[in-house]
Unconditional design. Structure first.
Length: 670
């Protein structure tokens, strides 16, 4: 700024008031005292020239440094021209429209410098010698306050682990800060204080809207709003293991995201449309894991801090129950030695089982109970239709039907009354269609199983074995019945007669039996047993006694040149039937230890039934059951005893396993 005496025209001859008055006076005195006037004019101009020469003043503000917001760290300089130090200076500041002294003094040398200034309008005034003065105005602006949120870390769901910083510009520490949070529309103080250094950092925050306010020195303030979001809660079911049928061994985990432990969890199950609490608590760490669950619809609910909650539904399926019949062994003819297993899947023991049999269209209970372990196994069954029912826990049940078929039609030993000749064909198995019976000497083809043996046949001492026939659906089966073995006839005269031999099916020991005769030596012979010999004891060849297709043997006895014969059916005597592809070491072999039997017990030895169930039944000639024994798991060589009949006579001993059967005739004597 230029000083007031920079140009002469500015002053307009008014720089010296005395000079002006003298000139005015000169105009009125009409040139009196001319010399004095001229002297005055010369003096006036000399004074003006001297004043111009002493004060050509310029004031130029430089190095203006604006103060930071609210601080007194502003400064500026004033370059002063047209004057030399020393001179007087004065610094004032406009406060409410009035300039207030800030500083004054005499500058002896150097540049006018003003610092530690707050923002505002300043005026610098310079004066020297009463003849030179000037002033300049300086605007010292305040640095703008900037607040920039940074490093915003969202809070986990329901957690107080959010944080952020505020980068503050245009201000220097220390300054005051305040943090408030919007709660239902009202600001709630969270934190305040004075920051001495560093960056404003706020931690341990829940989600919400925050406001940071900065203030300093009464002249600087500002605020910034920060939205601190909450992480989304995610619930993902994993490791779903379905429950077995009716079991409580299902399980699953829930992968929880957007939240940190501890938090509350609740597990409910949908029962008939209503939620039923299963489990709840606080998870301190790890993954929510739910075990020992039955099948159904579950809901897992998570909550924390009153602001975070979520749920997920989990379908826990139930394994399908599968029932598969295995190891089906149909019973042998007329026996209760059928068996089968049921392979059960999709369920674990223990569970309840029930076995019923269809009898004339109605289910008849055979067995029930609880299976603790293993496979359901049913034994000692007759032919028929069975149903196995499995149940567990009220939510799992199933059934399977098993057919134990009747064996093919088989002729059994007939029922015969030796005294009356009453005769009955006995069969087992078959398809249920009519059966036609016939036997020479008994009856022609008929569907009536009851008949009478001709008187001549039943009284003939030398009556030969009879071939019984039964035909069903075009298939004929036969049975060789030895009437004399069942009902021996003691000859009334002395003629030699061959009787049924004594034979041990196991060892092959054989003895010719005769009655009558004249007392002279008897010569015995039979192909496959012995050549002519007077010794009645012999052994049947091994090949002959083990062959399944052996034919009846003709026994001969000769005395005094007279030969009598007897047709002996080895196969019928030992009840041997073709066993197909049975392994030799597993073929069923039955030996009576002492036959004829004289005691109340029949002692037998069984080979080839190792580890299998074994049934032993003794029946009389009329097919009536006399006694019965059972072994659940036979030894490789099994010995046992069974009660014999009270009366003397011929009995049939039937020994059976699930896959084989043997019939042995036993003679009981008094």
């Amino acid at each position: 700024m230029k000083s007031r005496n920079h140009h002469l025209s500015t002053y307009n001859l008014m720089a010296d008031s005395t000079c002006m008055e003298d000139l005015s006076r000169f105009s009125r005195l009409q040139q009196r005292q001319l010399i004095a006037l001229l002297f005055t004019v010369v003096f006036c101009f000399a004074s003006l020239a001297n004043a111009v020469a002493q004060c050509d003043l310029t004031l130029t503000p430089t190095n203006i440094d604006q103060p930071t917001c609210g601080a007194n760290d502003g400064s500026f300089r004033v370059e002063v021209g047209g004057i030399t130090a020393p001179y007087q200076y004065t610094l004032t500041k406009s406060v409410g429209g009035t300039f207030v002294l800030q500083e004054n003094g005499t500058l002896l040398a150097g540049t006018l410098t003003f610092d530690f200034l707050t923002a505002g309008t300043y005026k610098v005034m310079i004066a020297k010698g009463g003849t030179c003065s000037g002033e300049v105005t300086v605007e010292l602006p305040q640095t703008a306050l900037t607040l920039t949120p940074t490093n915003i870390t969202q809070a986990t769901c329901g957690g107080k682990d959010g944080s952020f910083r505020v980068e503050v510009g245009g201000i220097t520490a220390p300054y005051q800060y305040t943090l408030v949070k919007d709660v239902s529309g009202s600001p709630v103080l969270q934190e305040n204080g004075t920051l001495l250094a560093g960056t404003l950092t706020f931690v341990f925050l829940t989600a919400g809207t925050y406001k940071v306010m900065i203030a300093k020195g009464g002249t600087c303030s500002g605020s910034v709003t920060v939205e601190l979001p909450q992480a989304a809660l995610t619930l993902t079911p994993i490791n779903i293991t379905q429950a077995t049928c009716g079991g409580n061994n299902g399980s699953f985990n829930v992968q929880v995201g957007g939240i940190t432990a501890p938090y509350q969890y609740t597990l409910v199950k949908d029962v008939s449309g209503s939620p039923v609490l299963q489990e709840n608590g606080t998870l301190i760490g790890g993954t929510p894991t739910f075990v020992f669950l039955t099948a159904g619809t579950y809901k897992v609910m998570i909550a924390k801090g009153g602001t975070c909650s979520g749920s997920v539904t989990v379908e826990l399926p139930q394994s399908s129950l599968t029932l598969t019949p295995t190891n089906i062994n149909p019973p042998t003819c007329g026996a209760n030695n059928g068996s089968f297993n049921v392979q059960v899947g999709g369920i674990t023991a223990p569970y309840q089982y029930t076995l019923v049999k269809d009898v004339s269209g109605s289910p008849v209970l055979q067995e029930n109970g609880t299976l603790i372990g293993g496979t359901p196994t049913f034994v000692f069954l007759t032919a028929g239709t069975y149903k196995v029912m499995i149940a567990k826990g009220g939510t799992c049940s199933g059934s399977v039907t098993v057919e134990l078929p009747q064996p093919s039609l088989t002729l059994l030993a007939p029922t015969y009354d030796c005294a009356t000749g009453a005769f009955r064909f006995n069969t087992c198995g078959g398809d249920g269609s009519p059966i036609t019976f016939s036997a020479i000497g008994i009856t022609g083809p008929t569907t009536n199983p009851n008949a009478f043996v001709d008187t001549e046949l039943r009284t003939a001492i030398d009556a030969q074995p009879l071939l019984l026939r039964a035909t069903q659906s075009g298939v004929t089966v036969t049975y060789v019945w030895n009437i004399r073995a069942q009902c021996p006839v003691i000859p009334s005269g002395g003629a030699l007669t061959l009787l049924a031999p004594t034979y041990d099916c196991t060892t092959g020991a054989f003895r010719f039996n005769t009655s009558g005769g004249d007392g002279s030596p008897i010569t015995f012979s039979a192909i496959g047993i012995t050549g002519p010999t007077t010794n009645p004891n012999a052994f049947v060849d091994v090949e002959l006694r083990t062959a399944n297709d052996v034919q009846p043997l003709l026994l001969q006895a000769t005395q005094s040149g007279v030969t009598v014969t007897y047709l002996w059916d080895l196969k019928a005597a030992c009840g041997r039937a073709r066993l197909g592809a049975a392994e030799p070491d597993r073929q069923l072999r039955v030996s009576v230890l002492g036959n004829p039997v004289v005691s109340e017990l029949i002692h037998i030895e069984v080979n080839g039934a190792g580890s299998q169930p074994l049934w032993v039944t003794l029946v009389d000639q009329q097919g009536r059951r006399v006694s019965e024994e059972r072994v659940d798991q036979a030894l490789a060589t099994q010995r046992l005893s069974i009660k014999s009949g009270h009366t003397a006579g011929v009995y049939l001993l039937q020994v059976s396993t699930p896959s084989q059967s043997q019939v042995v005739r036993v003679l009981k004597t008094q």
